[in-house]
Design a protein around this ligand. Structure first.
Ligand SMILES: CC(C)(COP(=O)(O)OP(=O)(O)OC[C@H]1O[C@@H](n2cnc3c(N)ncnc32)[C@H](O)[C@@H]1OP(=O)(O)O)[C@@H](O)C(=O)NCCC(=O)NCCS
Length: 194
């Protein structure tokens, strides 16, 4: 059985290694590379910092993480991580301002509350079965429960299938072009019916 559930402390190693894997494969176009190889150049401090950043998606009240578990095989086969933000109340730091170096704040709802998707991944053996769509709908449900009316996400322009996945779920494009590097990215938002 495939079970969609909230991520727990025990899931953090899976979240950490998958986050590294997705970023590595995205950057290198090499889906055979493994996460540990990517992190080989990292020192203890960088590993601990990355682990803490990912664990926050499980621990912090303004973040959320869900996994798909194949209960028969007792392994996780999908994940989504997101950040529930309140632009009017959150502290202004390099981390909270980062997105707004590229995105105009006018795309946000008037109350400044929105959900930012941080990571989405489904095991290759389980793809095209609607798992990613269900994970994204889970984030929509949680956002509505928190009174949040908009979800923001971005992906590389060349990931046309991810753009299509989002379009099917009702996302609309709000920006296209390079952000923090020279890679063209597509920014999309979905307005939620409350
Ligand atoms: C992108 C990803 C999360 C999609 O997961 P998934 O569970 O296969 O997605 P879904 O089954 O919910 O797909 C929904 C729709 O999106 C589109 N889609 C998804 N993957 C596609 C693909 N490889 N090719 C074409 N269309 C695709 C289709 O329209 C699909 O509907 P359909 O199957 O009825 O045609 C998965 O491929 C993945 O983990 N990729 C690597 C990590 C990644 O790119 N994450 C996103 C970073 S922004």
């Amino acid at each position: 059985m495939l079970l969609l559930r909230r991520a727990m402390a025990d899931d953090v190693p899976f979240l950490v290694s998958t986050d590294l894997l997705v970023d590595l494969q995205d950057e290198t176009d090499d889906t055979s590379r493994s996460a540990p190889a990517y992190a080989e150049g990292w020192g203890e401090h960088e590993r601990a910092e990355h682990r803490a950043k990912i664990a926050a998606y499980v621990d912090d009240a303004d973040k959320g993480a869900w996994v798909y578990e194949d209960t028969e095989r007792m392994r996780n086969v999908g994940l989504i991580m997101c950040w529930f933000r309140d632009r009017r109340r959150e502290p202004r730091t390099a981390a909270t301002d980062f997105l707004f170096r590229f995105i105009d704040e006018s795309v946000l709802p008037p109350d400044g509350c929105f959900c930012e998707v941080f990571q989405l991944w489904v095991d290759p053996a389980y793809r095209r079965r609607g798992l990613a769509s269900a994970l994204k709908r889970q984030v929509e449900d949680e956002s509505r429960q928190r009174g949040i009316g908009m979800i923001y996400t971005h992906t590389r322009e060349r990931n046309a299938h991810v753009v299509e996945l989002n379009r099917k779920l009702g996302y609309v494009e709000v920006r296209r072009g390079p952000m923090w590097d020279d890679v063209a990215r597509v920014s999309l938002v979905k307005w939620l019916m409350m």
